[in-house]
Every structure is written in structure tokens, then in C-alpha cells.
Design a protein around this ligand. Sequence first.
Ligand SMILES: NC(=O)C1=CN([C@@H]2O[C@H](COP(=O)(O)OP(=O)(O)OC[C@H]3O[C@@H](n4cnc5c(N)ncnc54)[C@H](O)[C@@H]3O)[C@@H](O)[C@H]2O)C=CC1
Ligand SMILES: O=C1O[C@H](COP(=O)(O)O)[C@@H](O)[C@H](O)[C@H]1O
Length: 252
Amino acid sequence: MDETVLLTGAKGSVGTAIREGLVDEYDWRYLFHNPPPFEPEHPSLVGDVTDEELVAEACEGVGTVVHLAGDPRRDAPWESVLDNNIHGTKILYEAAVEAGVEKFVFASSNHAVGHFETDRKPDLYRADDDFRLDGTELPRPGNHYGISKATGEVIGRYYHDEYGIDVCNIRIGNLTRGHPPIDYERGQAMWLSYRDCARIHACALEADYDYEIVYGISDNDRKFYSLERAKEVLGYEPQDNSAEWDGDERID
Ligand SMILES: NC(=O)C1=CN([C@@H]2O[C@H](COP(=O)(O)OP(=O)(O)OC[C@H]3O[C@@H](n4cnc5c(N)ncnc54)[C@H](O)[C@@H]3O)[C@@H](O)[C@H]2O)C=CC1
Ligand SMILES: O=C1O[C@H](COP(=O)(O)O)[C@@H](O)[C@H](O)[C@H]1O
């Protein structure tokens, strides 16, 4: 892909996994909320995704947007997710279609479907449980943050249907660096390693699709999210599995 890729939320955890894994693969333009404490390897802007002028500038000449910026806290207050996540996502879509961006990759979340777990936990976190969500289900957010992520998916649906921009919503599980979460079955079931995070985003940048919702996790033995759609549509081939770890030690 020769076109510029705009990465919002570039300094965060997911942004770091993507920057580290794909630094030389794309012609990136980073959007940081605040000046980063390092020299970015690619051109960058600093500001807020609710700033229409800045976002219009950020989208100029861009082929694809990877939108990560937002408040990621599961207990984030409504005012914050309304402004940063919902309003910010709408502003960015608006600028993207205005600038002729062709593809938009949105960082959705497990929390958009959190209440599917309510009557099934902890059994669904175990490797012998075959319950799966596959992305065709309606959202069942578990908190206000989850509402904002489900809303981001719906905003994308509108901009896809109205303006034809291709959209991939990745319902990211639990990204941790190095090893899976320790003593946290749920986190192990939805673990996304750093390299699989970079990989699924590269797949979303390369693949052809219209409007998609996929789950972004590693190929964990424990899982309640299906990876079929990500494999079929994006060509995602995860390399990691939380079952290969005992705490912070890899089992050989
Ligand atoms: N880390 C994870 O396991 C998961 C993350 N996600 C989503 O992925 C995205 C990135 O998450 P993380 O990297 O973990 O969070 P993070 O907090 O590490 O990074 C988010 C970045 O977005 C920036 N940001 C927040 N509001 C902004 C605004 N209004 N304008 C510009 N920048 C703004 C922050 O300053 C921060 O650098 C979020 O949208 C989150 O909802 C979804 C599921 C799981
Ligand atoms: O959407 C998100 O999910 C992950 C995992 O959720 P958790 O409730 O098990 O912590 C979370 O770490 C991340 O901050 C959040 O944005």
C-alpha cells in the first residue's frame, strides 16, 4: 500500500504495538494527543480528534484511517466517552469522507458485547466451553465505555452506507505486552499479543471488504470470540496463544 495511513491514538498501548510492529511497512501519519516523549519515525500531528480543523488537516491525502484515539477505561464516565469516543469518532469519519479516505479501521472493544458474558461466566472463559460470539450478534455493552464502542461501530455503518467508505471494526480483546494477563481467566480468553495486534491491523489495511466486525484476539485455547471472520475476510493468522504461558513464563 503506497498511500498514507493516519494512525490516531498513536502513543497508546495499541498504537505502540502497531507502530513497533509495522513502522517500516506503511507511510504513516501519526496523530498524538500530546507531544510524545520520543522523536516519531514518521510525520505527526498533535491535538484532539474533536478538533475539526486539525482532523481535516490530518486526513488530507490519506488512503486509510486507523482510529484508536479515545478513552479506553471500562469505568470511563459518560461525559468522557461521549466527547472523546463518540463525538471524536463522528468528527473523524466526517473528515475522512470529505477527504476521500477509502478505508477506516476502528478500534472497537470486547466491552461492546460485555453482557453476553453475564449469565455464562466463568464457564465461557474455559477451553472446553464452545460458546462463541462471531460478530453477527447485536451489541450488549457492559458499561458506558462499551456503549461508546458499539456506537462507534454504528457510526461507521452510517458512513459506509451513506458514503461508501470501507469499514473494519476490530473488537479488540485484552492487549498485553509480553505475556497474557496473570490470574485473570477472562483476560487470557481474550488475550491479544503485541505481534498479533500489529498483524491483525496489517491485515485490515491490506484486505478488501465493505463493512466488517471482527474479533481481535490471539489464537487462545480459551476463547469465546470466533476468529473465523477475521481469518476469512482479513486473512488474519494469529501466532500466539495464552495457553502457551504459565504466568510470565512461556511453556516449551
Ligand atoms: N488496550 C486494549 O486492550 C483495548 C483497547 N481498545 C481500544 O483501542 C484504543 C486504544 O486503546 P489503548 O491504546 O489501550 O488506550 P491508551 O489510553 O493507551 O491510548 C489511547 C490514546 O488516545 C489518546 N486520546 C484519547 N482521547 C483523545 C482525543 N480526544 N483526541 C486525541 N487523542 C486522544 C490518548 O491520549 C492515548 O494516547 C481505544 O479506542 C480503546 O477503546 C479496545 C479494546 C481493548
Ligand atoms: O476495551 C478494553 O478492554 C481491555 C480488556 O478489558 P478488561 O476489562 O478485561 O480490562 C482493557 O484492558 C482496555 O483498557 C479497554 O480499553
